[in-house]
Design a binder for this molecule. Structure first.
Ligand code: ZN
Length: 260
């Protein structure tokens, strides 16, 4: 409850801030006494535990790597998940040590892609209890994309081409497989051929497509659900699930840009 709106912070003047024009600070909701369960907590299903290996671009004995269901603005957005249903602070030493190794390996793999200057590694975990680390690639030369707003720019920039995206995924999967595990992403060999390895979807699952996030910022876990729609969102397919039988959503889905 503020009588005078708080002033807009300095970062709105930074070159990396994606917006311009009149900006106001939102009214802050009252804190809730008890936070709702995340996905994978209490009565809520864990989408990571339920996702088949085929929904990932690389799988190993204890770790899996997945991506969004379609290209986004950044050259690469990947998510590293443990197979075990654990949150970051609950990892036993073996997995904690491996998380370090996997983080370094993935950073290196993504940074080796053409046109990638930096890889930002993030962990939020407000939406899902199952450990998942985000890897966001910043395009080389795009100084305006430096820093913390990169996840926003991912949704603002036009998506990279499907062919480039698949090639990048295949490169990273192959890189990881050099150290073990199984690569599941393949380069786009034939242009007209529908993607087959991690994007085949039975028609009866197509309706879930519009619930899936298409970028980091659209993953429900990282942003609050819109007021008044929380009931729907509760039932929705979680935004960051790699859909079993992942699908390339239709144009209509791209337009709606679900932000639950
Ligand atoms: Zn889980």
């Amino acid at each position: 409850m503020q009588d005078t709106p708080p002033s807009v912070p300095d970062f709105t003047q930074w070159p990396s801030f994606p917006f311009e024009g009149d900006i106001r600070v939102k009214q802050l909701d009252d804190p809730v006494p008890v936070e709702p369960p995340r996905r994978g907590e209490e009565n809520r299903e864990c989408t990571a535990c339920n996702a088949p290996d085929e929904a990932y671009i690389w799988v190993g004995e204890r770790w899996r790597v997945r991506t969004m269901d379609r290209p986004t603005g950044l050259p690469m957005v990947l998510i590293l998940e443990s197979r075990s249903h654990l949150d970051l602070g609950d990892l036993p030493n073996l997995l904690a040590a491996e998380l370090g190794v996997m983080t370094v390996r993935l950073e290196r793999a993504i940074r080796s892609l053409d046109g990638v200057a930096r890889v930002h590694v993030n962990r939020w975990g407000d939406g899902s209890a199952h450990l998942h680390m985000w890897f966001l690639a910043r395009p080389y030369g795009r100084l305006q994309l430096r820093g913390t707003f990169l996840s926003l720019w991912d949704s603002i920039l036009p998506p990279i081409s499907e062919a480039q995206w698949r090639e990048n995924l295949a490169m990273v999967a192959a890189w990881l497989a050099e150290f073990g595990g199984r690569p599941l992403a393949e380069p786009p060999r034939i242009q007209w051929h529908a993607p087959s390895r991690f994007s085949t979807s039975p028609p009866d699952q197509a309706e879930t497509a519009d619930e899936e996030a298409v970028s980091v910022i659209e993953a429900a876990e990282e942003i609050p659900e819109p007021s008044g729609e929380s009931a729907d969102a509760e039932d929705a397919t979680p935004a960051d699930v790699v859909p079993d039988g992942n699908t390339l959503a239709g144009d209509a889905d791209r337009q709606t840009g679900w932000r639950g």
